[in-house]
Design a protein around this ligand. Sequence first.
Ligand code: DGY
Length: 422
Amino acid sequence: MTDKKVLIEQAKNILKRNDVDGYTVPTHDLYPFQWNWDAAITALGWMKVDESRAWLEIEMLLKGQWENGMVPHIIFHKPVDTYFPGPDVWGVKNDIPTTAISQPPVLVSVVKMMSEQATDKGLAESKLAEMLPKLIAYHQWWYNDRDPENTGLVVSYHPWESGMDNSPAWDESLAAVPPVNYTYKRKDLDHVDSDERPHAEQYDRYLYLVDFFKNSNFDSEVIYKNCPYKVYDLGIISILHKATKDLIYLCKQSNTNEQEVTWFNEQLALTEKGINTLWSNEHNSFLNKDVITQKLSPVLTTGTMLVIYAELASAEQMNALKPLLNEWLNETKYCMSSTYAKCEAFEPQRYWRGPVWLHINWMIALGADSYGLSEESAKLKSDSEELLTKFGYFEYFNSETGVGCGGDDFSWTAAIALHWFL
Ligand code: DGY
């Protein structure tokens, strides 16, 4: 077998090994349930193995959807004791226990790609018809629940919701959250080196927020008013924007939901305006913002570059972003470091403070393509391929050495490799 064939077989086997009765764990032990954006990305990989299994991944994720439309960040389909905090800590009493926050909503964009790629068009059409009302409800929830004042920018309540848990962009906002005053046992450190994971001070505050949601009875209005952590996260805002465009496309294609399409177009227009409030002339870039203090975070993270994935940058903004993107891609041995290496907070191996994530490279490459930046897009792809080939199917990669970090045999790394370059 050629090297490429071996890599393809390995990727397929990872998905099969991580399959638990119809949903895929990101990796066993460290993340033993179904995660929201992991599931979406993983479904793209399943499309190369078994299309009906790919649709099932999305169906299983939607089983955890709340009545108000929210699709949670973790669905605890069945009990496993290798992860903390589990369903008892979150305290959500639905038939299938879940967390009380969501995650970057790449889901609809993936469903659109799946329906385009499907060789079994009949299956794709029937799955899409079943799912569309749920996907619409999910996006309605984002705008209604998280942007009740129609700013065009949805607010995020937890670093875990960003998917970029310990990004330095959240440091200041998280430091303002009180720590919990009880002891608890983290389980992530049983599986991964502590220098690749968030610090204890961050976990103390992650848990405070989990308790806050529970003590607020998961009431949207109470949480919006009182949550001690509220940020405009460029990653979520951009991924949502792109996915809403894809949702409109899916609605139009099925000739349904005209009213919803009009309403979603209004939301897109609001975001196209609102995003400019996150532009900094000083940094020549978009920046994340603390909604409580109204301060922009000066740290450049890949979230800031996801704006190009959503095609939210104007021509003028792109003139400033292009040189930054180029420097960033070449600043570390492997691109694209999750934190720009010139920022003080950069750490090449610690989770979201500097390593490379292949699904983020993929999204930014799509954005680069849409602005005609083919060299930048090619560099993102070739570095991703090199990391995978040299170091294996890790959760993420040290941006200076390339060494694989976090969980091994990781589903979204296998899926992106199958979907993007293998
Ligand atoms: C974790 O537990 O580290 C996860 O990233 C939360 O989603």
